[in-house]
Ligand binder design. Structure first.
Ligand code: SF4
Length: 612
């Protein structure tokens, strides 16, 4: 990002863009003058503006655009400013008319920081490489422009994710990496392939510890372009002195109240997302057996305290580059009190969806499954929720099962199914729950909206899911409202979906992690300092959140979404007596809510000057 002023406005900024035609491997650099805050902030705020001008009918068409970009804080001194974004029309998210819908996926790690060091704000990929290739971005010397070099990736084909990264690392020891795995290679049979971003911990330990751009099948889009990896190859510069305000904010991030939920208990935190087991399971509000809690204590062995008390495992809190929150809860085998073999990084979502929700209640087995899904390069949320649909189908059709007849809790068969799906040998599972439920003609318990599978929070308690733009919990903050506030009126939920729930989108364009806990005033200070003088307040951030959400909603409508797309699987509207939270998401409630939310969004589009 290039600026020329101390009291800068958006038009004082320019984006260093590179347009890459993968078919010819021609690269066209361009300085794009920013028009508005969306352009300056970057991430999906900028991504949706680019996608608005590049609609496609087929997410895998060579002409489909894939924008890789940074947020304004990515690669700066701001703690957690590490995110890289991939924006494209998704092979998974879909309108009922069959057209793909705009989406983004983002991850931390150190790849984005290396892009920043290279001076690359965004790369717009179109076309398709003639053979499997990887792209190396480097500088020939200090002060030189970034160079783009394409090399054959034949040796990477067939390798799992960590092996790809480690192989590239031996060749490029100063670099960080964005790679797809086998699922991305087999994109035509797997619609939820992700993109892994390497971490410092991964490269120094050799363990499979990347961060993931998991949602929406962005790895498949990269795979469809025959681009298996991107190498951001540059030495780290000498450390610079961060401004005083940045040090103050970084200290708040590392030690303040806002991020404490994600810090380790030993450091005064609440223990990270894994602790959701302890919050949700006692009231039977945690997914088990395809999102229908058993009402029993069967998930107790998966609580972190219970795992550690077996003495079989050691859990360490580890972090991304220079992050003091250290939210990663990495599980190792316990060898006489020492952390031995790395087993898995356990967040609540992959653990729940690849254990309790598929009938696995053994931590050792859960670690293997979580790691295997990552290593095959699949989004653990979409894979896990599609798998639980298949398991439930087989439960209801014992005499006519599918996918080899796999059942809840069958560890060996599930292990086999993961490998087959990632290798493109099981399209029924690889196509995701929407398309599988259409093929099997049983839609009522396929847990998705618009083709994007639900995360590990009960849809029975969250009527906001249909309006999430890019995954139910990371793009619509309504998933725990009933637990915390127990409000069930229509007016409350209309506001939650069209106003409060949008706040979670902020860090989908700032480049920061969602776990910082900073408010918008603090973020405005950070952006002012990191950008070299952008004048802004919390109000500009809030308006950009609102405008970007509305643009995303409009892109869905332009691809053909109607009120029929903003619905939930019918069985989530039933009452489940074991869930100890208010029952309110009835068919009648949802029908009224849907009408009011859509009417409110239409009004908001007009107020913000968008043309439907
Ligand atoms: S909070 Fe966690 S995911 Fe976010 S930057 Fe820190 S260690 Fe990485």
């Amino acid at each position: 990002m290039i600026t020329n002023g101390d009291s800068a406005t958006p038009s004082d900024f320019q984006i260093q863009q590179f347009r890459v035609d993968l078919t010819t491997q021609q690269v066209a650099p361009e300085l794009v003058v920013c028009e508005d805050f969306e352009d300056v902030f970057g991430g999906m705020a900028r991504g949706f503006k680019v996608l608005e001008n590049a609609p496609v009918d087929d997410a895998y068409a060579p002409e489909a655009a894939l924008l890789m970009n940074l947020g304004i804080l990515s690669g700066t001194d701001f703690m957690t400013g590490l995110r890289t974004y991939f924006n494209a029309y998704s092979p998974l998210k879909r309108a009922l008319n069959g057209k793909p819908s705009a989406m983004w996926s983002t991850g931390s790690g150190k790849f984005g920081t290396k892009l920043r060091y290279l001076g690359v704000d965004e790369v717009l990929f179109t076309g398709r490489c003639p053979e499997p290739m990887y792209l190396r971005i480097y500088r020939a010397g200090d002060g030189q422009a970034p160079q783009f070099e394409f090399r054959s990736a034949t040796e990477l084909v067939g390798l799992k994710v960590n092996a790809r990264i480690q192989q590239l690392y031996t060749e490029y020891p100063d670099a960080h990496f964005a790679v797809i795995g086998p699922a991305g290679d087999n994109y035509q049979k797997v619609r939820y392939a992700g993109i892994a971003l390497s971490t410092v911990n991964q490269l120094t330990s050799g363990d499979p510890k990347p961060r993931w751009c998991g949602r929406g099948g962005m790895g498949g889009v990269l795979g469809s372009k025959n681009l298996l990896a991107i190498v951001a190859d540059i030495e780290d510069p000498e450390p610079s002195k961060a401004p005083a305000i940045m040090k103050e904010l970084n200290s708040e991030i590392a030690k303040g109240k806002g991020s404490s939920r994600f810090r380790d208990k030993k450091k005064g935190g609440a223990g990270g997302t894994w602790a959701n087991y302890e919050a949700l399971n006692p009231i039977h509000a945690m997914p088990e057996m395809n999102f229908v809690p058993t009402g029993t204590a069967v998930s107790l062995p998966l609580y972190r305290d219970n795992v550690e008390s077996t003495g079989d495992f050691i859990v360490k809190d580890e972090s991304c580059f220079r992050c003091g929150i250290s939210c990663h809860k990495n599980v190792y085998d316990n060898d006489n009190g020492k952390a031995a073999k790395f087993r898995a990084k356990l967040d609540f979502e992959p653990l729940n969806l690849l254990a309790s929700n598929i009938g696995i209640f053994d931590l050792d087995q859960a670690c293997v499954l979580v790691e295997l899904v990552d290593e095959m390069g699949m989004d653990s949320i979409s894979f896990g929720t599609t798998l639980s649909y298949i398991l439930e189908y087989n439960n209801r059709h014992p005499d006519n099962p599918v996918a080899g007849g796999v059942r809840y809790g069958e560890y060996d068969n599930i292990h086999d199914l993961i490998e087959k799906t990632g290798h493109g040998e099981l399209e029924l599972v690889g196509q995701g729950s929407l398309r599988a439920s259409e093929e099997l003609e049983e839609r009522g318990y396929a847990m998705h909206c618009k083709g994007v599978e639900f995360p590990a929070y009960l849809p029975q308690t969250n009527p906001g899911y249909p309006w999430a733009l890019a995954g139910g919990h990371m793009s619509m903050k309504t998933y725990l409202l009933v637990l915390h506030e127990r409000e069930t009126s229509i007016d409350y939920w209309v506001d939650a979906i069209t106003n409060r729930g949008l706040s979670i989108l902020r860090d989908d364009f700032t480049g920061a992690c969602k776990f910082t806990g900073l408010n918008n005033d603090q973020m405005a200070e950070a952006i002012h300092a990191a950008s070299g003088g952008l004048e802004l307040s919390a109000a500009e951030i809030e308006r950009t959140i609102r405008r970007t959400f509305l643009r995303g909603y409009l892109l869905e409508v332009r691809q053909g979404c109607t009120s029929d797309d903003y619905v939930m699987p019918s069985e989530v509207h039933q009452q489940y007596a074991q869930i100890e939270l208010p029952y309110f998401n009835t068919p009648e409630f949802f029908s009224e809510l849907q009408q009011k939310v859509i009417a409110r969004l239409d009004d908001m589009l007009v107020s913000e000057g968008f043309t439907p």
